[in-house]
Each structure stands twice: as C-alpha cells, then as structure tokens.
Design a protein around this ligand. Structure first.
Ligand code: A3P
Length: 339
C-alpha cells in the first residue's frame, strides 16, 4: 500500500487506485450542487435506470452530475490513457489487460502477489463518473504517471482537453450489441430481479438504454479512431477473444509500452493473457467476493464475470429479435467497416 500522495508521486504508474486510498485526500466540490439543476431540467426517462437526455445521449441520472464534473474539471496529463467503453462490452477485461501490460515492470504478470490477484480490476483503475460523484477527484492527482483511468462517457462528451490532443490516449472497446443486451440484462438483474429481457432489449432498439443510443456511442469513437489513429484505439471484444495476445501487443504498443524482444522470448505477453483470462479472473477470491466501492451501486464483483463468450444471445432472443437489432445497427453504422 502506498502511504501518501507524496509517496505516490515518487512511484511510477500505473499503481492500483485502491492502494493510494489513505483516506487523507481532500473532498472536492459536490457535483450534485453544481450540476443538479442542469440535470433535473433535462428530458427524463424512467426505465430500469433513470435516464437523462444530454446532448443526444441517455445518461444514467445517478452518474450525470459526476460525468459533467469529469467533463469540466478533469485535467489530463500527456501520458494518461483513458479506457473507454460502452457498458457490458468488456470494460473489466480491458482494464485488467491494460493494467497488467502497462504496469508489468513493477508488477510482473506471473508474480504471485500481482495486484490483479488481490484486487478487482475496478479497484485498480478508477471509473470517472463515480470518482467525481463521490468527490474523490483529488485522488487522481495522487496517482503517479502514467495513469490509467476509465469512463463510459460518449466521445463527444469527453473533456475537451482529452479529445483535442492534450497528448493523452484513448482506448475504446465495443461488442456485438446482441451479446451486450444479454450481458446488460443479467447485470442489471442482480439489482432488479424482476427486470424483463424484452424491456432491456427494447431500450437498446429505441436508443434510451443507459449511455445510448449505443450506435452513436460506437460511432463517436469509431470516427475519432479513423481521424486520429495515433490517439484513439478502437477494439472489439470478439477480436480480443479470438486472438488476445495479438491485441495485448497492439494495446501495449499504442499505450507507449511495446513488448521487447526479450519479453517476447520470456513469454510476458502470454503471462498477461493468462493472468487476465476469464477463468483465472473469475476464480480470484477478490472477484468472487466483495462489491465495488461506490460505483455501479456497489455491484458484487462476481457480476462482472458471467460467461465471457460470444454468441450467448442465441439463448435469449428469437431470430426475429436478432434481425431487428442487426438491421438497426447495420443501418446506423452504414459507411463504416463495422458490422
Ligand atoms: P457476459 O455477461 O456476456 O459474460 P463489462 O466489463 O463492460 O461490464 O463487460 C462484462 C462482460 O465482459 C461480461 O460478459 C463478462 O463476463 C465479460 N468479461 C469479464 N471479464 C472477462 C475476461 N477476463 N475475459 C473475457 N470476458 C470477460
């Protein structure tokens, strides 16, 4: 455990966010007080999560003030890496892979005391909406560089300093929307056991799903990755599953930490892949027990590790439902190479 923010500044990042939590960081301004009026004036939709429509996206009401505070107050460092995703598309896995790859000098992935063996990936990399709503943003200053941070914020709503090339990099992960709906349904059902699959499905189709419309979320990051390939890396969950090692190399290189020839020979890539594999992570005690702190309504850690496969949608929706979803995404993503 790192003892204080001054100690942290001497260390090299990334370090687990949880390890700098010494309870001594000053409490920031309350985003509810600052942005509450703005949020309550926005169009509202009550579904499994209350949504507020802000600049074309249905933000979860609970996180909206935190997201606005992140957008307006966050100061990126040139070597920050912002891990972004549509919910239920592989955020937890991306966090684990990025942390393991980026911090491999300080924490060799095969080491028995690797932080990912004792901490849930969400405790290693902070979720911005939550950090700001919980008024813990001073902790971000206490993290040594380079920092890894995470958000579901749509590209167009990211802090301007992030998108206009403050130097920092952005990594996005998306997934087949059909599998995302299934994953979301099971996830939210942990909080709301009566949730209907059809309602979850329809919210994706009509765009009111949290952080939706999903197609606009994807398109924002896709276009940014095409325009600024040096700054925005666009990943797909399915590709990662198919060849994890290749994507870990790509990710590490993009983040400025390519694997050396010696590391290749030593099997470091394979160690990262193995450490972060679904079966390994699901069975770590830290992921079988406990809940996230604050974020996702204190979600049970095991809720982030369900099946970890592609194509589970066949067990949940009819071919007619699948076609409806495919058609709308096909239409909305027309003109891109995304299918
Ligand atoms: P399923 O519900 O389909 O199993 P997020 O992290 O964005 O909330 O996404 C959760 C999804 O990623 C879940 O999908 C979960 O099982 C899967 N997942 C979590 N860790 C994973 C890993 N290490 N490898 C592959 N998939 C993983």
């Amino acid at each position: 455990m790192l003892a204080s923010s001054s100690t942290c500044m001497a260390a090299t990042g990334p370090v687990p966010f949880k390890d700098i939590d010494n309870g001594a960081f000053p409490v920031a301004r309350d985003p509810e007080e600052e942005f509450g009026d703005l949020v309550v004036a926005l169009p509202r939709k009550e579904q499994f999560l209350v949504g507020r429509l802000y600049k074309g996206f249905w933000l979860p009401e609970y996180f909206a003030p935190g997201m606005l505070a992140f957008q307006r107050r966050f100061t990126p460092r040139p070597d920050d890496v912002v891990l972004t995703s549509y919910p239920k598309c592989g955020t937890t896995w991306l966090k684990a892979l990025a942390f393991a790859a980026m911090a491999r000098d300080a924490y060799p992935p095969a080491a028995a005391d690797h932080p990912l063996r004792r901490l849930n990936p969400h405790a290693c990399i902070p979720f911005m909406e939550d950090i700001f709503i919980e008024r813990r943003e001073a902790m971000l200053d206490g993290l040594p560089s380079p920092r890894l941070i995470n958000t579901h914020t749509p590209y167009s709503l990211l802090p301007e300093k992030v998108t206009t090339g403050g130097g920092c990099k952005v990594v996005y992960i998306c997934r087949d929307p059909k599998d995302m709906v299934v994953s979301l349904y099971h996830f939210i059902r942990r909080l709301q056991p009566d949730l209907s699959f059809v309602d979850t499905f329809e919210s994706v189709l009509d765009g009111t799903v949290p952080y939706g419309p999903m197609w606009d979320h994807i398109l924002g990051y896709w276009h940014a990755s095409v325009m600024h390939p040096d700054r925005v890396l666009f990943l797909k969950y399915e590709d990662l599953l198919q060849n994890t090692g290749e994507h870990v190399r790509k990710l590490a290189e993009f983040m400025g930490r390519p694997f050396s020839a010696a590391e290749e020979t030593e099997g470091t890539v394979a160690s990262v892949v193995e450490l972060c594999s679904f079966n390994k992570m699901k069975n770590f005690e830290a992921n079988k027990t406990g809940t996230t702190e604050g974020n996702y309504n204190s979600m049970a850690h095991d809720a982030f590790f369900r099946k970890g496969v592609t194509g589970d949608w066949v067990n949940h929706m009819s071919s007619e439902m699948a076609s409806r979803l495919d058609e709308i995404f096909h239409d909305k993503l027309r003109g891109t190479v995304l299918t």
